[in-house]
Design a protein around this ligand. Structure first.
Ligand SMILES: [Ca+2]
Ligand SMILES: [Ca+2]
Ligand SMILES: [Ca+2]
Length: 241
């Protein structure tokens, strides 16, 4: 009996050891799973907060890659580079992420370095202020929902805003800011020789550099409301005098 009891303790001891080994293995598995996720190449897509009516869609190019992004409702695709889903989001495949709880229309998009492209179709019937940053490089940005705030950042950027009451800032570089398909938009060329196209009720500010401003029609309501070339030798057409 004693021998059996001893043997039993030994067995239990081995079971404990085995259990410890399994626990260690599981912890190790968790660790090894975390390392590839941390090291995974790809831009990050996540919600902040991760759910609810104010959950904003975040896009961050943390790898300095070329991005070619499309946002359509709660789905983000990048035709040029892989995506890694974070809080509130999940990968459909390596270039596609969906964020099931995203319906606010709020965005914080950072395209990071390189010459990137984005089309934001947004969410139908939502017009909350949202933000897109081209950052470094010559970026092409098209924003369709109302109330966007688009910043080209450094480089020669092309920004096309098509909503209502949106704004575009070209940043340093020779930019093209196009509001011909929008209404009541604010365009700021900032530094560089910029081209600004307005439309109904637009406010065009060339700011520093030799800018070309086209208000589309010198008479409201079809044309721009204000065309101000700012410092530099400017060409101003189809604007109210
Ligand atoms: Ca980029
Ligand atoms: Ca840029
Ligand atoms: Ca500029």
């Amino acid at each position: 009996m004693i021998q059996f009891a001893f043997h039993d303790r030994g067995l239990r001891g081995r079971r404990r050891l085995a259990l410890l080994a399994i626990t260690a293995l599981a912890a190790g598995t968790g660790l090894s799973a975390a390392i590839p996720a941390e090291a995974a190449a790809g831009s990050r897509v996540f919600l902040s907060p991760d759910s609810g009516p104010t959950a904003a869609l975040n896009f961050q190019d943390t790898k300095g890659v070329v991005n070619d992004v499309t946002i359509r409702e709660n789905t983000v695709t990048d035709a040029a580079s892989p995506l890694v889903a974070g809080a509130g989001c999940a990968n459909v495949d390596s270039h596609t992420v969906t964020c099931a709880g995203y319906f606010s229309g709020l965005t914080q998009i950072h395209l990071g370095p390189k010459n990137d492209r984005i089309i934001n179709y947004g969410i139908p019937r939502v017009s909350l202020t949202h933000f897109i940053y081209g950052d470094q490089g010559d970026d092409i940005i098209r924003d369709l929902p109302p109330a966007g705030r688009v910043y080209g950042g450094p480089g020669n950027d092309y920004v096309d805003i098509r909503g209502n009451q949106g704004g575009a800032w070209g940043g340093p570089g020779n930019d093209v800011l196009d509001a011909r398909k929008g209404n009541n938009e604010f365009l700021h060329g900032e530094n560089g020789n910029d081209v600004l196209f307005g439309s109904s009720g637009a406010f065009l500010y060339g700011e520093n550099g030799d800018d070309w401003l086209d208000g589309i029609d010198p008479v409201m309501p079809n044309g721009a409301f204000i065309c101000d070339g700012g410092a530099g030798t400017n060409l101003i057409e189809n604007c109210p005098s």
